[in-house]
Design a protein around this ligand. Structure first.
Ligand code: GLN
Length: 300
């Protein structure tokens, strides 16, 4: 397996298209040529190639994990009252709400993710952030920490927070919620961590190594459904036809994918396309999906 993964990485290494989004690059020394892949099975075996132990911010790949935690903490009904499950077809940071319900379209775009953050248990920003940190750390199987340098990109998210407050999707001071959401995006992870976090979804909420139940199966089914339809923003349809598994990208260049009952997959390459998805990350997933027949609609 490692040889196969090295071989796949080598094939895409020469592609330097796309750009690193400076506003989200919390490590000034970030090398845009980094390339990594990690696959964790539901039995807990991890296979890595490339820069799989380098750190980078989780960014929007945090959204499915916080959505899962919100479902566990606040219950499905309370979460559905505040956040929809329809693909928006818009960019991740679109300032928009569902016209018919006044809710954010889904928890994978920023509006829904900020609403989901507020539905995690905790009396204030610090308590919620501590809860998220504990949950992400259990998913990854090691203590994670975050970097506070992302505040320069919060203005648009603050605008989204205020919009959510006017329609009572947020019931508290938006700035505090956005502060917590910004920290949530700044958790520092490796490709290896992400594959284990994704494998917990693949394993129905049981962390493959510790064996701890971190999420109910119903929560995982809900999160994976929304990842499948909304995880790649306005590229969700392209992704579904070319790759065909639930996934989530982050603007720092990571992508996670989940093959239910089998694998968690993570890739990392910092240059992203115009939709904010890692260029080589998408190529790697397309390749793996073809080669390993991962597409959920594949017929025998
Ligand atoms: N922190 C970023 C934001 O909320 C995450 C965006 C992303 O990864 N697409 O704007």
């Amino acid at each position: 397996m490692p040889d196969y993964l090295e071989h796949v990485l080598k094939r895409y290494a020469p592609d330097h298209s796309g750009e690193v989004k400076d506003a989200y690059r919390n490590a000034p020394e970030c090398d845009p040529d980094q390339l990594a892949i990690a696959i964790t099975t539901v039995e807990g075996a991890t296979y890595c190639a490339g820069d799989a132990d380098n750190h980078f911010p989780i960014e929007s790949m945090s959204k499915p994990f916080t959505y899962g935690l919100a479902l566990e903490d606040s219950g499905e009904d309370a979460v559905h009252r505040k956040i929809g499950v329809e693909p928006s077809g818009d960019a991740f940071n679109e300032i928009s709400l569902e016209p018919s319900t006044g809710r954010p379209f889904n928890a994978m775009i920023n509006a829904g993710a900020i609403a989901a953050h507020a539905l995690v248990s905790g009396a204030d920003c610090d308590e919620r952030t501590a809860r998220i940190r504990q949950h992400y750390s259990q998913l990854a199987g090691r203590e994670l920490s975050f970097d506070e340098s992302e505040h320069n990109v919060a203005h648009r998210n603050l605008a989204i927070g205020h919009m959510l407050r006017t329609v009572d999707v947020l019931e508290e001071e938006p700035a505090e919620v956005v502060r917590g959401y910004t920290w949530q995006c700044a958790f520092s992870v490796t490709t290896r961590d992400l594959s284990l976090m994704a494998a917990t979804f693949a394993n129905g909420g049981l962390q493959p190594i510790s064996g701890d139940r971190l999420l109910s199966r119903a929560t995982v089914r809900q999160v994976l459904s929304v990842m499948l339809t909304c995880g790649m923003y306005d590229a969700a349809g392209d992704w579904m036809s070319a790759v065909g598994i639930p996934a989530k990208s982050g603007i720092a260049g990571g992508i996670i994918g989940v093959l239910p009952g089998q694998l968690g997959i993570a890739v990392y390459s910092p240059r992203v396309d115009s939709r904010g998805n890692s260029v080589r990350g998408v190529e790697l997933f397309e390749h793996l999906s073809r080669d390993m027949e991962l597409h959920l609609m594949e017929t025998p």
